[in-house]
Design a protein around this ligand. Sequence first.
Ligand SMILES: [Zn+2]
Length: 504
Amino acid sequence: MMIISPRLLIVFSFIIYFASTTVSSAQRIIKENERNSEQVSIEKLSRAIQFKTIASAHDPHQNAAEFLALHQHLAESFPLVHKSLQKEVVNNYSLLYTWHGEDSELKPILIGAHLDVVPVEAASEQDWQELPFKGVVKEDHVWGRGTLDDKYRVVAILEAVEQLLEKGYKPLRTVYLAFGHDEEIGGERGAREISALLEARDVELEAVFDEGLAVAEDVLPGVTRQLALVGTAAKGSINLKLTVNGEGGHSSAPPKESAIGVLSHAIVKLQQNPFKARMTPTTKETVESLAELLGGKHKFAVRHYWLFKNKILKSLAQDQATDVLIRTKMAPTILEAGEKDNVMPRLASATINIRILNGEDERSVLKHVKKAIDDDRVHIEVYGDYTPPSPITKTDTPIFAALKNSIAEIFPDAVVVPALFPGGTDAKHYTNLTSNIFRFAPQVVNREIAMLVHNVNERISIDVFNACIQFYEVLIQNACGDGEDALLADLELEDLLPLEDVES
Ligand SMILES: [Zn+2]
């Protein structure tokens, strides 16, 4: 006697139902509907670009009307989201949506994006082919500030949820959608407040999915496959101010060593004494994945890592782009001294922006800098916020597998490669809620596209945008329970099948 489970039968009957209706006219209708819904999503993005949501470090309420108008636009564009999810406005301009899961035992996930954009420099305005805040749709692209960073993700995430709701999908896990309003200036008022709110409610997250790395094309010579780079760790950051006091006076009788001279010497010493190169667990994983792809001697070297470790480090140090993966980097970014050509400055100062590799902290960084400069005349102080290096996200977990499977579904040519994210995003504010943080933007990027971020003529291809919507639909289902399970759990079994028919 064979027993067929009722569940399996229902699945079969679904398939039969769909198969019998997919005649050519129905197909035409479906295609037509798809095209229409694509058109509608693009219009939603185009409109979202038109709000000048630029956050200001000095005035927390700058562009208030623009942010509120964007909220309004999102509310109108995603009616099901706004009907089914709980929406909270955090600190006036950030948005937190809660999509309650069916199973309260499961830890929620958080999908993050940001509503703010970087400003457009007045001097660059004439270089834009289309006005940056007009949201022009032209040549299969949506143009404007925020199309690549990060409004396309805000709209795509909401569109994905809207479409899942339309299909009746119910997540097993709770899903938070967290849209900060000041990521570009540090996220202190947005993401940090959202994180504090969740912490106060004792929320522990399974994972955070934020912007970060992407699917890279043509980055490695000899590798034709795309690399889906997932940021599983991020560097920390700190700003140091170096100050030297001078004697002042007339430039016709300068001292042997001027304030500018002493300061310059200190900066040169930092350049001559870089931090030591180190292999972190994250970069080791990156190297292993890439060696697997490249094969040959690369694979051999990684297999015999203990023997080739120094050689691998040396080759990574050769390129500026890979050197950042193996050491803390110091960059002098601001220099201030002097006002008049014949007056010796009484003060010279420099800002050193430091990106900290995992395994180091504020103290060890300061120690290195002091030792390298080794000059008491140079006063060294920390200013602004210190962000420690992030915890390292593990990749042998079911939630990483869910992400990996989602990437495989939408970007079948891509190989998933865990990597260090050298910058900072809102994700840094969520380290108190989970150690699983994934910094990954679901879009294919080559050198040309990467150049458009924060730049003139920022634009996104419509195909890339559509893939992004699909990605989040798939990710939510993979991370929060099978859509079919959730759907079926709701059906009254006996309504569909008389039980006596099940056994045969
Ligand atoms: Zn961004």
